[in-house]
Ligand binder design. Structure first.
Ligand code: SAM
Ligand code: SF4
Length: 334
């Protein structure tokens, strides 16, 4: 039996009409990605598996730990975020965590099998003094033998260079939703601001981690628009974070929107097919997912998870449950 090569899928006549052709310079049109979403579930999963196995060792899953090093009190108005100072979410603000405490958490993450340590701060962008402290954290965490990732908001070129010089491996900056929808969700900065930061991070030689949130009331076209803008970055992010909205009381998206769990799996599969060489991470919202749903996400090509009890301000899946799930599914941590 012959099967289509996963890479041929892009080139074969999957474009339903000329209007679906990608814009100049873009590798994927929204319509092409919608066509992937519209495939029968089993066909989509099969294609995602093909692509996954052509680029990664099946069953290997990278584990990252995420720590909030500065919590709450953020000036921005991202409609999903419990850390915005504009919403009454009951979250207690915390100052920047001292270096020693960060290192204690990093050592524990390493002992628990994480290979990457991600540090998140609720800032629009870091001030000079704060960046100096984070740079120290990056240097010290690296000395423990962990990969480092930080998410600090918007950066200018100089800040990106300073982080690169400290040896930072990844910078996370999510595009969060389809371009058409961004201004509905956030008004205090623009999508272009986010894209500019991603470009500066790239130019500084740091790997990019970027992704978005699904379940914010978008339709399948909205999810296709999100994936298209990630897949059309040049190159696509090395690490793609797919979050499921955690609706926080007090935020404008507290009532979020319904999301069929299979549409979450479809989003992972479409990310895998369109970004074959990227790590695709199941991020926020995993705590609410059954083991069976997570297994489908791994089949769809997810090969990275956040591991540990907390995800910035939200609970995460229990580490012990994750280990049992890895064992039950024969997954190997890398
Ligand atoms: N201030 C920095 C920034 O915005 O990039 C870093 C922290 S911010 C909390 C990091 C990411 O967490 C957001 O871009 C978003 O994708 C995700 N996130 C925040 N709140 C979320 C929620 N309620 N549900 C799902 N994902 C969320
Ligand atoms: Fe601030 Fe980041 Fe939350 Fe937006 S997502 S409010 S920038 S912490």
């Amino acid at each position: 039996m012959t099967t289509a090569s996963p890479l041929q899928y892009v080139a074969k006549p999957a474009r339903p009409n000329p209007a679906a052709a990608p814009a100049e310079g873009a590798r994927w049109s929204v319509a092409e990605i919608e066509a992937l979403f519209a495939l029968p579930f089993l066909d989509l999963m099969f294609r995602a598996q093909e692509v996954h196995r052509a680029h990664f060792t099946a069953g290997e899953v990278q584990r990252s730990t995420l720590l909030s090093i500065k919590t709450g009190g953020c000036s921005e108005d991202c409609g999903y975020c419990s850390q915005s100072a504009r919403y009454h979410t009951g979250l207690e603000r915390e100052r920047l965590m001292p270096l020693e405490e960060v290192l204690e958490r990093a050592r524990a993450a390493k002992d628990n099998g994480s290979t990457r340590f991600c540090m998140g701060a609720a800032w629009r962008s870091p001030k000079e003094k704060d960046l100096a402290a984070v740079i120290e954290m990056v240097r010290e965490v690296k000395k423990l033998g962990l990969e480092t990732c930080v998410t600090l908001g918007m950066l200018d070129a100089e800040q990106a260079k300073l982080l690169a010089a400290a040896g930072l491996d990844y910078y996370n900056h999510n595009v969060d939703t389809a371009p058409e929808r961004y201004a509905e969700i956030v008004t205090t900065h623009t999508l272009q601001d986010r894209l500019d930061t991603i470009e500066k991070v790239r130019e500084a030689g740091i790997n990019v981690c970027s992704g978005g949130i699904v379940g914010m009331g978008e339709d399948q076209t909205g999810r296709a628009g999100l994936i298209a803008q990630l897949a059309n970055l040049t190159p696509p992010p090395e690490s793609v974070s797919i979050n499921k909205l955690i609706p926080f009381p007090g935020t404008p998206l507290a009532d979020g929107g319904e999301l069929d769990p299979f549409d979450f799996v479809r989003t992972i599969a479409v990310a895998r097919i369109t970004m074959p060489e990227s790590f695709v991470r199941m991020s926020a919202g995993r705590e609410q997912m059954s083991d069976e749903l997570q297994a489908l996400c791994f089949m769809a090509g997810a090969n990275s998870i956040f591991y540990g009890e907390r995800l910035l301000t939200a609970d995460n899946a229990e580490a012990g449950d994750d280990l049992r799930l890895f064992e039950r599914l024969g997954l190997v941590s890398i």
